[in-house]
Design a protein around this ligand. Structure first.
Ligand code: NAP
Length: 550
């Protein structure tokens, strides 16, 4: 049943664009192509950076590369593009991914509709006209029917308010605001704060250059080898000839990869049998141990402990100094409940003579930044450069920062002060014609991002096409559908081990942020979530209400 309200007589106002997209990374670029070239809408994109690329424009720290296999970390909507682009490595470096996105921008003539170096500061819904007004820091004020946020899940940087940060006489850089001409570490004493996926990539690279590196660790991580390498031309050719198959498999998969759980409990295996499986996954590298392990990994602490012990042994056998090894071993949370970092010589780096680990729980936490370095546990560590690898205000941060105001002037950031409230992670009650690509409470960061991005972009495109065909002026999630979705996302998460861990998935990395599981772990995987979204559309957009042209 389609829930349609007859439209009240609306004031007319000048419409500048049919749709405004915020952000020109993977999602904004495809959204632009889709709305402009498939639906012939008048579209503009506001992008804070000076070029396309999003995450891959900003994150230029040493060692920055993709953690998904390149042959699936790309657009799959265009067969020609799939055939013509050749990835050099299993996990390409930041500059190669940026070149790919530049190539896509050229190929689909995207830049003519992107306004660079403009940060959106306010997005207001006008109930009198049913239009959105979008303002930027450069003074733009433009109206459109639809606003689509394509701001990424990990784009609002988190710089913790370290006491004394402003007093530091050396240079400091957050990894996601890295200078475009690089940083020279040679002859320098460097500190890295953080040991998440970013730092795990950066630390081995910095250690090779720097005179001395001090790593400040708050919580250790279970890292597994990436096993990067050149792409074998024969393998690349075989994949290119089977891209239809690859596309179908990743769309229907659990996490958007060609990986599937072993349909068995690890508790039902012999030590020899599981050791063999773990070795196979360890040797394969990448996310196999995390996302293609025994099916009870995320649900049973007893099962989880078995795989965690395997990884702890790997750390002990790699790190020569047993005291340092113990500091590097996670002991306070189950394996896989924080995002899996992939490494190349991460643990080996702590065997180098020029590398020192300062662990918050055994050596003392960071107390302050001083003019000469960092004080932790009562001791000052003098350094010339501080690399701040402290991550992001994940998922909600990028949206809260846009100054979005919906019906009656209600502010999204206020509505979300106790955690995000969405329907499908795609829409928000009280905010008509606003779509959030890979928003909170969608699979997003728990999947291979391009797979989830393409699904959302295509769903939004179909929805807008439907509205225009049927003369609907607005679409809006109902409060009931939203409440049910929020409850469902929490219920599923509470059935896993994920909610007990202090992670950015839970918002626990940001002081004062409500503790909520931010993405959606669909019990049927991204394939199931895709199906659910499609069924909702087929039922005339169940859980949404439309207004019709008056
Ligand atoms: P992160 O995972 O949030 O790690 C931040 C690190 O900084 C953690 O070790 C954290 O410790 C520490 N930290 C935060 N605040 C601190 C404070 N006040 N004092 C001391 N230490 C503090 O951030 P990230 O490494 O940038 O990674 C974020 C996400 O980006 C990843 O999980 C991943 O999804 C994505 N990413 C992807 C790739 C890729 O695909 N190529 C690469 C890098 C990152 P705690 O653990 O105790 O909070």
């Amino acid at each position: 049943m389609v829930n349609v309200q007859s439209g009240a007589q609306k004031e007319s106002a000048k419409l500048d664009f049919d749709a405004i997209i915020i952000g020109a990374g993977f999602s904004g670029m495809y959204m632009l192509h889709s709305l402009r070239d498939k639906l012939a809408l008048k579209v503009t994109v506001f992008e804070a950076g000076n070029n396309v690329g999003g995450t891959w424009y900003w994150n230029r720290y040493p060692g920055a590369r993709c953690d998904s296999d390149s042959y699936i970390y790309c657009y799959t909507f265009d067969n020609h593009l799939l055939q013509e682009w050749n990835w050099s490595e299993r996990y390409p470096e930041q500059d190669e991914i940026l070149r790919y996105l530049e190539h896509c921008a050229e190929r689909f003539h995207l830049k003519r509709d992107i306004q660079f170096a403009k940060r959106v500061v306010e997005v207001t819904f006008d109930e009198a006209t049913d239009l959105w007004m979008v303002r930027t820091d450069k003074g733009d004020a433009v109206r459109a029917n639809y606003v689509i946020t394509a701001v990424g899940s990990l784009s609002a940087t988190n710089v913790p308010p370290f006491k004394g940060l402003g007093s530091f006489r050396g240079k400091s850089y957050h990894t996601a605001q890295w200078p475009h001409d690089g940083v020279d570490f040679t002859t320098k004493r460097v500190a890295v704060i953080g040991t998440g996926a970013t730092a795990v990539q950066a630390i081995p690279e910095i250690a090779q250059q720097a005179k001395h590196l001090t790593v400040f660790q708050r919580t250790p991580n279970f890292c597994v080898p990436a096993r990067n390498g050149r792409v074998d031309p024969g393998v690349a050719k075989a994949r290119k000839s089977d891209y239809d198959g690859v596309r179908e498999r990743i769309k229907k998969s659990f996490f958007g990869f060609e990986l599937n759980f072993i349909p068995k409990s690890v508790l039902d295996t012999t030590p020899e049998e599981r050791e063999q499986e773990f070795d196979r996954m360890w040797d394969a590298g990448g996310f196999a141990l995390w996302l293609a392990n025994y099916q009870d990994l995320f649900f049973s602490k007893e099962a989880n402990d078995i795989i965690a012990d395997y990884l702890k042994c790997k750390i002990r056998s790699t790190v020569h100094d047993p005291v340092v090894a113990e500091k590097l071993i996670p002991k306070t949370y189950p394996y896989g409940t924080k995002r899996q970092p992939l490494d190349t010589n991460y643990f080996e780096t702590f065997n180098k003579k020029n590398v020192l680990l300062v662990d918050a729980s055994t050596d003392g936490p960071i107390e302050e930044i001083t003019p000469n370095g960092i004080r932790a546990g009562g001791k000052e560590y003098p350094v010339d450069i501080i690399v701040i690898a402290t991550g992001f205000d994940a998922m909600t941060g990028p949206l809260n920062n846009l100054g979005i105001k919906g019906r009656g002037g209600r502010e999204l950031a206020q509505d979300w002060r106790d955690g995000p409230q969405t329907y499908l992670g795609l829409a928000v009650a009280g905010f008509p014609n606003l779509f959030t690509i890979t928003g909170p409470q969608s699979p997003s960061v728990l999947s291979n991002m391009p797979v989830s991005i393409e699904q959302h972009v295509e769903w939004i495109t179909d929805c807008i096409a439907y509205m225009r065909r049927n003369k609907r002026t607005t679409i809006e999630a109902t409060a009931q559908a939203q409440d049910a979705w929020v409850a469902h996302v929490a219920e599923v998460a509470n059935g896993t081990l994920m909610t007990g861990t202090d992670s950015w998935y839970m918002g626990a990395n940001i002081a004062g942020k409500p503790r909520r599981f931010l993405p959606y772990l669909c019990p049927e995987g991204v394939g199931g979530y895709r199906k659910k979204c499609a069924e909702i559309a087929e039922k005339g957009y169940e859980g949404f209400v439309f207004a019709n042209v008056a």
